[in-house]
Design a protein around this ligand. Structure first.
Ligand code: GLA
Length: 421
């Protein structure tokens, strides 16, 4: 589709409304054609919270073992997580035995996964959930377990036979950029050849960035989502740096996201130790604006009711999962307040205002609604609902009105703007 330049935009409102739907562009690139991830994938991934803890002697409740995943599966089913959309229970690094078997197949560590992955997958499926697994395009995984290099077909077939539904494919220990690119592409095709529906979660751009700018059109053709920036950890500094990276690179990455292929800013760390309440709200709100895959990495056996309610907030999840599938972007940054917005279906918009000032108390911020949604969100008027930190209707706003909010330090006010006519 050829897009008009802004100078050519016709003045009439109808045309503007139409253009609001197509700018900044329907993803130009074809998505990986496996019919999966039509909205961002939702689930749970063990890495940030449980890392490479293999010591089941010392730490039987937190080591990477089938017991841990079975407990999480049970809770995802019984505690409402599955009902709001968290569907993929995902194993990260450190599940493998140190060696392949005599036929060259990957095998799970026999002590920590005595039933093997097939049986774990059956259990996870019996709970109405899907199972994700982890492997690496290089010679070893990042934690030093067997890599898939030289074994792409056999590994894809093994995962399909086990009943795996998602593969997180890491990029450690590659010898060259060619190896990296060819390996990611090859594995995508190998997964497709198995005939099983397997979401393909890549880290290809992250490992490419130090050498040259990724070709996102190509990445999107092979992957359902892709990591761009450094691993997240349980601290505001980390969440902030993901947001900084995303806004600094938005011209390059926002337009490419859409049904079938998403930018992945890494796991939700809500419900852990390092983020204040306001910072947890910021992560949830901005991951919704960014159309990010929502992989929680926390302990569902011990999570506060407050964090649980935030992660299960249906209105915020609806923004993340909006079927239009357009990623939001940072609209402006002024005096340490950032305004982000995301176009939604039915001409609605989500708007997030983040207060990045870490000194002082809540700050007032006034915006003219005409500046939102490319001037169209409230034309001629709209209903504004605050979703976070508190759900409440703020009422009807005309195009000429201003909206005044108060935002806590490092917190976010998330709004939904629905057209009234
Ligand atoms: C890399 C990835 C992380 C995690 C670890 C596991 O650092 O980016 O998400 O998978 O490897 O070793």
């Amino acid at each position: 589709m050829k897009l008009m330049s802004r100078a050519q935009l016709p003045g009439c409102v109808l045309a503007l409304r139409f253009l609001a739907l197509v700018l900044p562009g329907i993803p130009g690139a074809r998505a990986l054609d496996n019919g999966l991830a039509m909205t961002p994938t939702m689930g749970w991934l063990h890495w940030e919270r449980f890392m490479c803890n293999t010591d089941c002697q010392e730490d039987p409740d937190s080591c990477v073992s089938e017991k841990l995943f079975m407990q999480m599966a049970e809770l995802m089913d019984s505690d409402g997580w599955k009902d709001v959309g968290y569907e993929y229970l995902c194993i990260d690094d450190c599940w493998m035995a140190p060696q392949r078997d005599s036929e060259g197949r990957l095998q799970a560590d026999p002590k920590r996964f005595p039933g093997g992955i097939r049986r774990l997958a059956d259990y996870v499926h019996s709970k109405g959930l899907k199972l994700g697994i982890y492997a690496d395009v290089g010679r070893q995984t990042c934690a030093g377990f067997p890599g898939s290099y030289g074994y792409y077909d056999i590994d894809a077939e093994t995962f399909a036979e086990w009943g795996v539904d998602l593969l997180k494919f890491d990029g450690c220990y590659c010898d060259s950029l060619e190896h990296l690119a060819n390996g990611y592409k090859y594995m995508s095709l190998a997964l497709n050849r198995t005939g099983r529906s397997i979401v393909y979660s890549c880290e290809w751009p992250l490992y490419m960035w130090p050498f040259h700018k990724p070709n996102y059109t190509e990445v999107r053709e092979y992957c359902n989502h892709w990591r761009n920036c450094a691993d997240i950890y349980d601290a505001w500094q980390s969440v902030k740096s993901v947001l900084d990276w995303t806004s600094s690179n938005q011209e390059r990455i926002v337009g490419v996201a859409g049904p079938g292929g998403w930018n992945d800013p890494d796991m939700l760390v809500i419900g852990n130790f390092g983020l204040s309440w306001d910072q947890q709200i910021t992560q949830m709100a901005l991951w919704a604006i960014m159309a990010a895959p929502l992989f929680m990495s926390n302990d569902l056996r011990q999570i506060s009711p407050q964090a649980k309610a935030l992660l299960q907030d249906k209105d915020v999840i609806a923004i993340n999962q909006d079927p239009l599938g357009k990623q939001g972007y940072r609209l402006r940054k002024e005096d340490n307040i950032e305004v982000w917005e995301r176009p939604l279906s039915d001409l609605a918009w989500a708007v997030a205002m983040v207060n990045l000032q870490e000194i002082g108390g809540p700050r007032s911020h006034t915006i003219s609604v005409a500046s939102l949604g490319r001037g169209l969100a409230c034309l001629p008027d709209c209903l504004i609902t605050e979703l976070l930190p508190v759900k409440r209707k703020l009422g009807f706003y005309e195009w000429t009105s201003s909206l005044k909010t108060r935002i806590n330090p490092t917190g976010t006010v998330l709004l939904r703007l629905d057209r009234t006519s």
